[in-house]
Design a protein around this ligand. Structure first.
Ligand SMILES: [Zn+2]
Length: 395
């Protein structure tokens, strides 16, 4: 189980400049590697392996002192990125998908350093500070917001320059916790009113993100002459505001998913239809879908860490189906209550969430028919069911 911790960093001004240089050198090496691969294929009809390119790197470092001055692990990361781009190109060709050939990189747009080797040696404690020490790179002080796992589990380091600041992502290979017998299942419905409804009747209200300031700053950017000093200042203010809003959102989603994963050990959610997402031109809706996507990713991680399980189910018709008898009860969006001829009545979203839970349990192989029967008995006298008390035997 891989877990990534994003950390803020402290970096001197000259450190920033050194990083920029290394980004540029990385892009150049990437392009040279790409050229060498194309060239080799033209001349011999054979492809060059990552291992061949590592050998070429040794030559490059012998010829160019500026490359010699930086740890070879940094540049191996560049070559393995090229290798990945190549492999996924051929995979797409083979699968007859649309396949773009790896592109040339612009040195001004290269913004990451990836290290996948010997990471445990590079993150060091200095007093009460955590410092990344890599040959040729500036001193980078790492400031994690959570406690980090032990160093020997550190498998990858990624340094990324964002518009406003530089970030370090530390990826750890953690032992997968043992799955426990599931006793607290829940289904989650993401409603049109953009709130979460849980199958036990809990709701999480929609969270308003204040985007007024972003809109204002966006307008201010578009009023300025492109490329002017004032335009640059406005762009940087806008980037800062975006960063602030998305930090806030990320933090909120982390806390929300952690809480859900603590409360429930089996979680069923709706599967996002990515095709719809790509076709979607409605901005508000696409932001909502992106948030939902992030929510699912984080929830899956948190559930796994806690020894629980999350499943994604087909969302089709979950609001029309009766969670008690399975009949289809057609209703428009404005109808907020589900009323079925079988006598079952519930909040529209709670009914949908219970359906999602049912589908999740089917996927997971739980004995749903038997449990549905028990649920019906309960619903008859206590109204909306609290599945946690019902699905005690699911595994
Ligand atoms: Zn019914």
């Amino acid at each position: 189980m891989i877990r990534t911790y994003k950390c803020r960093v402290k970096l001197s001004k000259s450190g920033h400049e050194t990083l920029s240089q290394i980004f540029g050198m990385s892009a150049e090496l990437y392009n040279a590697g790409l050229e060498s691969r194309i060239d080799c294929y033209r001349k011999t009809g054979e492809s060059r392996s990552l291992y061949d390119q590592y050998k070429e790197l040794v030559q490059v470092r012998a010829d160019l002192p500026e490359y010699e001055a930086v740890s070879s692990i940094v540049f191996r990361g560049v070559l393995s990125r090229l290798d990945k781009a190549y492999k996924s190109f051929f995979r797409r060709v083979k699968a007859k998908e649309k396949a773009g050939f790896p592109r040339w990189k612009n040195r001004r747009r290269w913004r990451t350093i990836e290290i996948n080797d010997q990471c445990w040696r590079m993150l060091k404690k200095q007093g009460d500070k955590l410092v990344l020490k890599i040959k040729g790179l500036p001193r980078i002080e790492v400031r994690p917001s959570r406690e980090l796992p032990p160093n020997n589990l550190l498998k990858a380091i990624r340094i990324t320059r964002k518009p406003v600041r530089t970030e370090v992502a530390l990826s750890y290979e953690l032992p997968t916790p043992e799955a426990k017998p599931l006793s607290n299942p829940v289904g989650i419905d993401m409603g049109i009113s953009k709130r979460l409804t849980l199958s036990d009747g809990e709701t999480v209200e929609k969270r308003e993100i204040d985007r007024k300031k972003i809109i204002r700053l966006q307008r201010s950017v578009s009023r300025k002459v492109k490329g002017s000093n004032n335009w640059r200042k406005a762009v940087s203010l806008l980037a800062k505001e975006w960063q602030r809003v998305s930090d806030k959102e990320r933090d909120y989603l982390h806390r929300l998913t952690a809480e859900i994963a603590r409360m429930y050990d089996f979680i069923a959610v709706e599967k996002l239809k990515t095709k719809n997402m790509l076709r979607n031109t409605n901005l508000a809706k696409s932001i909502q879908e992106q948030t939902w996507g992030k929510f699912i990713t984080l929830l899956d991680e948190k559930a796994e860490s806690a020894g629980g399980k999350m499943v994604e189910v087909d969302p089709g018709g979950t609001s029309q189906e009766c969670s008690n008898c399975g009949a289809t009860v057609k209703k428009s969006l404005s109808v907020r209550v589900h009323r079925c001829s079988c006598g079952y009545e519930a909040d529209r979203d709670v009914n949908a969430a219970i359906n999602i839970l049912h589908r999740g349990l089917t996927i997971a192989g739980g004995n749903v028919t038997r449990m549905a029967g028990r649920m019906r008995e309960r619903q008859a006298d206590v109204g909306p069911v609290r599945p946690r008390t019902v699905y005690g035997c699911v595994n």
